[in-house]
Design a protein around this ligand. Structure first.
Ligand SMILES: Nc1ncnc2c1ncn2[C@@H]1O[C@H](COP(=O)(O)OP(=O)(O)OP(=O)(O)O)[C@@H](O)[C@H]1O
Ligand SMILES: [Mg+2]
Length: 268
């Protein structure tokens, strides 16, 4: 079976003071190959925990997780991660960063060269390939991170707030780039964001999670990611359904935040 299957996943963190946090409870989810899913939810609802479990960085307390029919038991190049910032190798050039995965697999320039250059073209960094990471803007650094992830040819790309540290204009350009990469590579992508607009634009499926215990609250199937592949994202945002969904989801998350704030510390 191809794709990602998550079945009744739960994660409980036991704390040194004897209490515990139920970060996820009974999360079930199927993601077909090539699907693009965005994940939204109030702070602390378990989004990063879910992604870390799929990445294999964390073992769940209970539940099952399979990719293409086999159990996920630890990190593997089949699942690539793109972090918010700061996960690049500062002492390497752009091209050395992007070719890192293939080089670790023992490949030489002859084997990976053309593909790495192709990826640098796609993310628009061909002219910067010999530069050091510190010479790049934040948006450029995130493009290096995307290209480096793709160079490993993962089946699934996991992104935790990948555009969260960027200014509004750069962020918009990067949103278009994510859609372009998704269409060109056919990768399965899970993208966490705090921005309702970004989740609407970058999710053909959008998952809204609820906190304490972290769980799936609601799921949407949306037309905007497909529309955004061939269209300016500002035009996509003018779609009548876009505004409607944005208001609905903003209200939903607002209510959850209110509920969390309204509870006493013990109940949290
Ligand atoms: N290693 C850990 N040990 C103990 N508790 C943890 C650990 N990691 C996460 N938690 C707790 O689990 C819950 C979910 O955390 P998580 O980081 O997954 O939330 P999130 O949805 O990613 O939040 P944010 O939007 O702020 O990034 C939180 O209550 C958090 O305090
Ligand atoms: Mg998080």
């Amino acid at each position: 079976m191809s794709g990602l299957m998550i079945e009744k996943l739960s994660m409980r963190f036991d704390l040194p003071n004897g209490s515990h946090v139920q970060a996820l409870k009974d999360v079930s989810l199927d993601l077909a190959e090539g699907e693009l899913m965005s994940v939204l939810g109030p702070s602390g609802c378990g989004k990063t925990t879910l992604l870390n479990i799929v990445a294999g960085f964390l073992a769940p307390t209970s539940g099952e997780i399979q990719l293409n029919g086999h159990d996920v038991t630890g990190p593997d190049a089949e699942r690539g991660m793109v972090f918010q910032q700061g996960a690049l190798f500062e002492w390497m050039s752009v091209r050395e960063n992007v070719s890192f995965g293939p080089r670790m697999k023992g490949q030489g320039e002859k084997e990976y060269g053309a593909e790495v250059d192709h990826l640098l073209d796609i993310v628009g960094l061909q002219d910067f390939k010999e530069k050091a990471i510190y010479e790049l803007s934040g948006g450029m650094q995130q493009r290096v991170a995307l290209a480096r992830c793709l160079a490993n040819d993962p089946d699934v790309i996991l992104m935790d707030e990948p555009l969260g540290a960027l200014d509004a204009l750069t962020r918009e350009k990067m949103q278009s780039l994510v859609l372009k990469l998704w269409k060109e590579t056919g990768k399965t992508i899970i993208l966490i964001t705090h921005s309702v607009e970004e989740a609407l634009l970058l999710g053909e499926r959008l998952l809204v999670m609820a906190p304490r215990p972290g769980r799936i609250h609601r799921e949407y199937r949306l037309p905007f990611a497909d529309l955004g592949v061939g269209q300016d994202l500002r035009e996509v945002k003018k779609h009548p359904e876009f505004a409607e969904r944005r208001e609905e989801i903003l209200g939903m998350i607002w209510d959850m935040e209110e509920e969390i704030m309204g509870r006493s510390e013990d109940e949290k």
